[in-house]
Design a protein around this ligand. Structure first.
Ligand code: ASP
Length: 378
């Protein structure tokens, strides 16, 4: 049982018997949960003492439960196993909570957010990832603001008329309290971003995340201003947790003066299923024949290659320059404005869940279809 790996802490907030909102905070590791020892080295923070560091939480009129792992992790060590177990936890505890906040290292937060957006299909509740650039116990920490903002967003509800599918399959209209942000998001430095559009863009400043290809879902100032038209609607169908990811996927970052001897082994690798080609600008690559030959041969063998840009903003437009012309002809798929993080995790998700040979057509179709707001169709 995955829950065995966590210490469960119920925080003393201002919630009383009338309070109906409860939020689950899942701590994973990273800078946010660090403290300094006497020698000035970073060590894990004792979350039992969270209310001392963030006393504002005692005034929160929401039930707060925290899962604190016995072994917190630097997010650089996270991968498919952790994305799956966090998504599984949310699925298991879905009915008990109204929203989820994940405290996560910043380095791979956008990969986790992207992966979880694919794994938690038909999500109707907020899953807000946040972290910090400075540990929670430090004077100038950004953890406090990030945590409080994430909790507030995760607990936001609105009343809506909602079409629901009855047991007999009929559509009925019900008035319901629904989550304002039913998506996997990153909240950082006053910005709420769609998780699968986010990117870590700063390693030192507080402005660590951006989503250049999609508007902010909310901005926090004196009020939190939500841009409702950009937020995904509450889905009609029930949460559908997809429990597999396939790691036979690589990222090939194109750079000037690539040496073929390091890429030719791709031709021999039978297990390889997908390649995210991170190209220049609007999808361009060097027109050396060996690059095209390798791509063409692996595509013929059944490997799916998707082209995304190295730029943080803009999109791939294959054929716009001569240097991307051949890519469409040999069957490279344009990833439009997908981030590299979303493209990589989407391929892992698609290969994990559509794994028969006959399903390759479906994979290619779904790759070019927005599944949870991760890409724009042009
Ligand atoms: N290396 C840390 C991590 O990603 C950095 C951070 O938390 O900001 O876990």
């Amino acid at each position: 049982m995955l829950l065995d790996q966590y210490n469960i802490i119920k925080l003393r907030t201002a919630a009383d018997e009338d309070c109906k909102t409860s939020i689950l905070v899942i701590y994973t590791g990273g800078t946010i949960g660090m403290d300094y020892d006497e020698k000035g080295s970073l060590i894990p923070f004792d979350f039992e003492a969270l209310l001392e560091e963030v006393p504002e939480l005692t005034r929160f009129k929401v039930w707060l439960t925290m899962l604190v792992p016995f072994e917190p992790m630097d997010s650089s060590n996270m991968g498919t196993e952790h994305w799956l177990s966090m998504s599984w936890l949310i699925e298991e505890l879905y009915d008990e909570f109204d929203g989820f906040v994940i405290l996560h290292g910043t380095d791979t937060m956008s990969y986790t957010a992207s992966a979880m957006s694919f794994l938690l299909q038909n999500l109707a509740k907020p899953v807000i990832l946040t972290g910090a650039q400075i540990p929670i116990s430090a004077h100038r920490t950004d953890a406090r603001e990030n945590l409080i903002g994430a909790l507030e967003i995760a607990s936001m509800q609105e009343t809506k008329q909602q079409v629901v599918i009855a047991e007999n399959g009929e559509e009925i209209i019900k008035e319901q309290s629904v989550a304002l942000v039913p998506e996997v998001c990153v909240y950082f430095d006053n910005l709420l971003l769609r998780g699968n559009r986010s990117k870590k863009v700063q390693s030192l400043n507080f402005t660590a995340f951006e989503s250049q290809n999609y508007p902010h879902l909310a901005e926090a100032g004196i009020f939190i201003n939500y841009s409702k038209s950009y937020i995904l609607p509450v889905p009609k169908e029930k949460l559908n947790f997809k429990s597999a990811m396939d790691e036979n996927v690589i990222l090939w970052k194109i750079h000037p003066s690539m040496n073929p001897k390091y890429y030719l082994p791709l031709l021999e690798n039978e297990d390889l299923k997908g390649v995210v080609l991170e190209s220049f600008g609007s999808g361009n690559i060097p027109t050396q024949q060996w690059v095209i030959d390798i791509l063409e041969k692996i595509i013929k063998r059944g490997v799916v290659v998707v082209n995304v840009s190295q730029c943080a903003g803009g999109y791939v437009l294959q054929g716009h320059y001569e240097t991307s012309h051949a890519l469409t002809q040999i069957g490279v798929i344009s990833g439009n404005d997908l981030t590299c993080e979303a493209a990589l995790t989407k391929l892992m998700y698609l290969f994990g869940n559509y794994n028969n040979k006959e399903q390759k057509k479906i994979i290619i179709e779904l790759l070019q279809t927005p599944l949870c707001g991760e890409m724009t169709l042009f």
